[in-house]
Design a protein around this ligand. Structure first.
Ligand code: ADP
Ligand code: MG
Length: 444
């Protein structure tokens, strides 16, 4: 596994590039809610008919989360377990894109799907034929071992969509049998497996040979998304949206969760106490609103604690920089809204504090899912005042369990830096000075 530093260099490179490419600004700052039905997508009749033919009634989780972005032509990293319908997610996207735009050449392939194994390539081509029956688009699968000439002839004759495994694809690319200059959509399927199987150099070779990433749409799908996957592909994609459809209950089990009940007026003091006592390497604080995030940032700063706000109005590339520094250990505390943290790769944070309980229970699961990934345990602390308790029930229903709770007492509250100054009393100054210092001191 690559060290984080290598990854951060790549991401840095990319965000520097971002300054010069307008395409990056296409990254949505807005959260696009998941669809509930295929009908919401207003698909081309030919695509819709294919979906009906194969008997898909409603979209799977990954489809409903990814399609709003991919049909908007954003680059995407999609994570979901095997068997959850990732194939149809990218196929529908490809069909819609190719049906919408005019073919520029009769023979150049317009979409390329890279898959790790022959079985998978065959399966994807079959699903493309099934869902794509009414599209009039043409498909072929290329893979090693057999039919060298047959597959080559098919490519020469001209197909719209090529699915293939790295070895054979590269072979045909080198011989210019597979021409890549017309590629409008690229899919890297099962990216984690591609890397596990040692295809990293092959993948790079192909990515370098394709038209510039800024001129095409790139989608990457994988059962697991880790730094290795991102590191290998980031510089060949526009800033991607990341969607994840892991059954989060699995993740939730890995997180130690606590709920603090506190009066509304003592909320910040409690947060301060938690921050002051925390020895976490990284601390991610969530608030429901942008104004909440800004308030927390200001008040932490007043109390001598450096923290960075991550709100939806901050441009994506700047957010990316903050996250990059956060993951790299340069920044210890980030305060975010749910919207701002979406589409950013924040994982393995270790310690999350919910300053408010989210109004949408799924957001709770997403937030705490940032703590523990890949089997590691994380800590999530939520603060609930009289305003928040209303949202507790839906959360407990979703996670199918009660959150262990603590009623905050004075020891849990933080020591404010500005207290003695505000009080301006002369007597007892010494002892307050002591408090002030201990208030400033932070472990971790
Ligand atoms: P993944 O790539 O995520 O491992 P697949 O794309 O191969 O999974 O999908 C697994 C199975 O689910 C396939 O048989 C596929 O036809 C089916 N499937 C995909 N989307 C839907 C849907 N919306 N409704 C019902 N079945 C679906
Ligand atoms: Mg798949």
């Amino acid at each position: 596994m690559l060290g984080h530093t290598a990854v951060h260099k790549e991401i840095m490179l990319r965000s520097q590039k971002a300054e010069t490419y307008k395409e990056y600004d296409k990254t949505p700052d807005k959260y696009l809610p998941p669809i509930k039905t295929f009908a919401e997508l207003n698909l081309d009749n030919r695509t819709a008919a294919g979906i009906k033919d194969v008997g898909f009634i409603s979209p799977t989780d990954i489809q409903s989360m990814a399609l709003p972005y991919t049909l908007g032509e954003f680059d995407l990293i999609g994570q979901a377990q095997t068997g959850t319908g990732k194939t149809a997610a990218f196929l529908i996207t490809i069909f819609e894109k190719l049906l919408k735009t005019e073919k520029k050449s009769p023979t150049l392939p317009r979409a390329l799907i890279i898959a790790p194994t022959r079985e998978l390539a065959v399966q994807i081509e079959k699903e493309a034929r099934d869902i794509g029956t009414h599209t009039g688009l043409t498909y072929t699968a290329v893979f090693g071992g057999v039919d060298y000439k047959k597959q080559a002839d098919r490519l020469k004759a001209g197909v719209d969509i090529v699915v293939g495994t790295p070895g054979r694809l590269i072979d045909y690319m080198k011989q210019d049998i597979l021409k890549t200059k017309g590629i409008e959509v690229l899919v890297i399927d099962e990216a984690d497996r591609l890397l596990d199987m040692g295809f990293i150099r092959d993948l790079r070779f192909m990515l370098k040979r394709l038209p510039k990433y800024s001129t095409r749409q790139t989608m990457l799908f994988s059962a697991t998304i880790n730094f290795r996957v991102i590191e290998a592909t980031y510089q060949y994609m526009k800033i991607p949206v990341e969607v994840s459809a892991t059954p989060e209950s699995v993740t939730v089990d890995e997180v130690s969760q606590t709920l603090y009940h506190v009066e509304k007026r003592k909320k910040f003091r409690l947060l301060l106490g938690l921050v002051q006592k925390s020895d976490a390497e990284r601390l991610l604080i969530f608030s429901n609103t942008k104004s909440g995030v800004t308030m927390i940032e200001e008040r932490l700063t007043e109390n001598g604690i450096k923290a960075f706000a991550l709100t939806g109005d901050i441009p994506q590339r700047k957010r990316l920089k903050i996250i990059e520094r956060f993951m790299g250990g340069e920044i210890k505390i980030v305060i975010a809204t749910d919207v701002a943290s979406r589409g950013l790769h924040i994982e393995d944070v270790g310690y999350v504090i919910n300053y408010d309980l989210p109004q949408n229970p799924e957001d709770y699961v997403h937030r705490i899912g940032r703590t523990a990934r890949a089997g590691k345990r994380g800590t999530a602390i939520s603060i609930a005042s009289e305003d928040d308790v209303y949202y507790l029930e839906p959360i407990e229903k979703l996670i199918d369990g009660k959150l262990p709770f603590v009623v905050a007492d004075d020891d849990d509250l933080g020591k404010k830096l500005d207290e003695p100054i505000r009080k301006k009393s002369v007597s007892g100054k010494k002892s307050r000075e002591g408090r002030r210092r201990s208030g400033r001191k932070r472990r971790g």
